[in-house]
Design a protein around this ligand. Sequence first.
Ligand code: FA5
Length: 344
Amino acid sequence: MSDLIGKLNSLEGEVLAQIAAAKSSDALEQIRVSVLGKKGSLSEVLRGLGSVDAAERPKIGAVSNQVKAKVEEALSRAKETLGSAEINAKIAKEKIDITLPARSLHLGSLHPVTQTVRKITHILGKIGFDLTTGPEIETDFMNFEAVNIPKDHPARDMQDTFFVGPGVVLRTQTSPVQMRAMREQKAPIRILCPGAVYRADNDATHSPMFHQIEGLWVDKGVRFSDLKGTLQFFAQELFGSDVKIRLRPSYFPFVEPGCEVDVSCFKCGGRDEKCSICKGTGWLEILGAGMVHPRLFEVAGYNPNEVSGFAFGLGIERIAMLLHHIPDLRLMFQGDVRFLKQFL
Ligand code: FA5
C-alpha cells in the first residue's frame, strides 16, 4: 500500500514541477495527456491496484483522486496564466497601425457611351424630343423592308447583318424604331431612340456592337429647313456655339432627299493641317439624315400628302470619340478601368 501511495505522491510532485516549468499551452496539453490520459502515468500507477488488499484500495483510490484533482487544478491555473500571456503577445505582435492612411475607394462612373447618350437626349429634349425604345432583336421586315430596303436591294450591303434565325436579325440600325413609332401613334411625333445595334464590322472605328440614336419628327408641314435648324441647334449645343454644320447630299433608302451632316472642326476650326481630329479637312462627319421617304408613310398607314417629316441617325461612339479625343473605338468595350476612370 505505502508503495503505491508513495508512487502517487512522487508522481504528483514531478507533474506539479513540470506544470510550473511549462512555457506554453501546448506544453500543458502534452502534460495533461501524458498524466491524465487513458495511457497516462496516473493510470499506469493505478494499474498496480489489482495486487493490493481489497481493504486498502479505497484509501489508494482517495489519494489518487486527490492527485488527479491537484494536477487538474494546477493545469487549469497554468493554462489561464500562459493563455493570457500568449494572447497578449499575439495582440502586441499583430497590432494594427491605425495611423496608416486607408486605401482610397474607387468611385465608379458612367460609361462614356452613357454620358454621351444623356448629353444628346438632354439637348434634344429641350426642343421637345421624347425618348422611346425598340427591340434589339428585330424582324428582317422591320429592319429592312419596312424602311424601304427590299430583299436584294443593294443598300443591304451597306450594313453587314447578323442573322439570328429565319427572318430575324440583330438590328443593324435604330431606323426600324421610326416605323414602330409611326405604327403605334398618330402624328405629330417627335421621338429619339438610343440603343445598341449590330454589324459584322471590326476595326479602330467600327465595332460589331455599337450604339446609335435615331431622331424622328413627323407633323403637318415639317420642312427640310426644320431639319437643318434642329441639327444646327444640336451641333452648337454639343460642340460649342462657334461650330457650323454642312449638309452633303447622300443616299439612305428611308429618306428622300438624304444627306450626311458634318460639323466644322471644334478643335482647330480648319486652321491646323495636322489636326488630330479633322486631319486638316476642317470638317467632321457626325450623322445621316433626310426627309422621311413617302414609302415609309404608306407602310405606316399615314397619308404622305398630309404629313411630312425628317429623320436622322448618329453613331454614339463616334460622337464620344470626337468629344473626348478617343483614338480607338474598341477601348470603349474593353472594360479597362485606366481608360474608364478618365470619364468621371
Ligand atoms: C445608318 O445607320 C442610318 N440608319 C442613319 C440614318 C437615320 C440616316 C435616319 C438617315 C436617316 P450609317 O450606316 O451611316 O447610317 O450609320 C450611322 C452612324 O453609325 C455612322 O455615321 C457611324 O458613326 C456609326 N457606325 C456605323 N457602323 C459602325 C460600327 N461598326 N461601329 C461604330 N459605329 C458605326
